[in-house]
Design a binder for this molecule. Structure first.
Ligand code: SAH
Length: 252
């Protein structure tokens, strides 16, 4: 049987650099303004890439992973803004399903539905997502986390007992940095746990090609007026470690 290759995507370098750093037998291919790193994590053959930001960049990259690199599954790892009130910086959200909150062809079709697909929510692969959940629970336990990130660093972000959640992620081409944006989304789609700019686009491509997809998002900010500051420092100091630990250990 041909070996299965898993595509691992982030949107920005800080989300995947930690993973690229530990690839074995690494080679790089640059195509369409993106660099795809092929190699192994343990026994698993992978292709790792950052897409740049937004739904267009992410869906184009997912298509290249499928068509040019023949991946049979995509895992997206990155950061997001917390929307549900109980979600804190340092928590992780694993997507059960994803929705494009900026798609709206109403009144022709219901708001948020993807035209001609007749679909609003894109489900992730249940088996992979459940395995990832268990794995992240272990990583976030204080015994493990404090050996990977210094307590002073964790304190800077008030990360005390981070948790992992399973639920709905909303994606769209907007960085949320005001309470108004956050409140509007909460009102429109009350089940949403966090907001980001790529996941639902990748999930749509995977759905259309019928391959398993999972999306893992660490909360870097609370999607409010402090978001820009929190996001910048979180991606500089913490997100690489989360990315490396969550993905690398998954394939050990
Ligand atoms: N620093 C970048 C811009 C980052 S945009 C630059 O200067 O070019 C934010 C990225 O993190 C996106 O990839 C998005 O998926 C995720 N994200 C984190 N917090 C977010 C928020 N509050 N709203 C929307 N996306 C967020």
């Amino acid at each position: 049987m041909e070996e299965q290759i898993i595509g691992i995507m982030g949107a920005i370098p800080q989300e995947v650099d930690g993973i690229i750093a530990i690839l074995q037998d690494k080679t790089a291919v640059t195509l369409g303004n993106r660099t795809y790193y092929q190699g192994r994590l343990g026994k698993q053959q992978v292709v790792v890439v950052y897409s740049r930001i937004g739904k267009v960049a992410a869906s184009a990259t997912a298509s290249a992973l499928l068509l040019r690199f023949h991946v049979s599954e995509i895992i997206f790892i990155g950061v997001a803004g917390g929307i549900a009130p109980h979600i804190a910086v340092g928590d992780v959200v694993v997507a059960r399903d994803l929705v494009q909150y900026d798609m709206d062809v109403s009144p022709l079709r219901p708001k948020y539905e993807i035209p001609l697909l007749n679909k609003t929510y894109f489900e992730t692969n249940e088996l992979r997502s459940k395995a990832v959940l268990l794995h992240i629970e272990n990583f976030l336990s204080s015994a493990v986390l404090s050996t990977k990130i210094a307590v002073e660093e964790l304190n800077k972000f008030a990360i005390k007992q981070p948790k992992v959640y399973f639920g709905t992620i909303a994606s769209g081409d907007q960085f949320f940095s005001t309470n108004q944006q956050k409140e509007d989304l909460q009102r429109a789609l009350p089940q949403v746990l966090c907001v980001e700019m790529e996941g639902a686009a990748v999930a749509q491509i995977c759905y259309e090609y019928n391959i398993p997809c999972s999306v893992i998002r660490t909360i870097s900010d609370k999607a409010n007026q402090e978001a820009s500051f929190s996001f910048e420092s979180f991606v500089q100091q913490i997100s690489q470690v989360y990315g490396q630990e969550i993905i690398a250990k998954l394939f050990q």
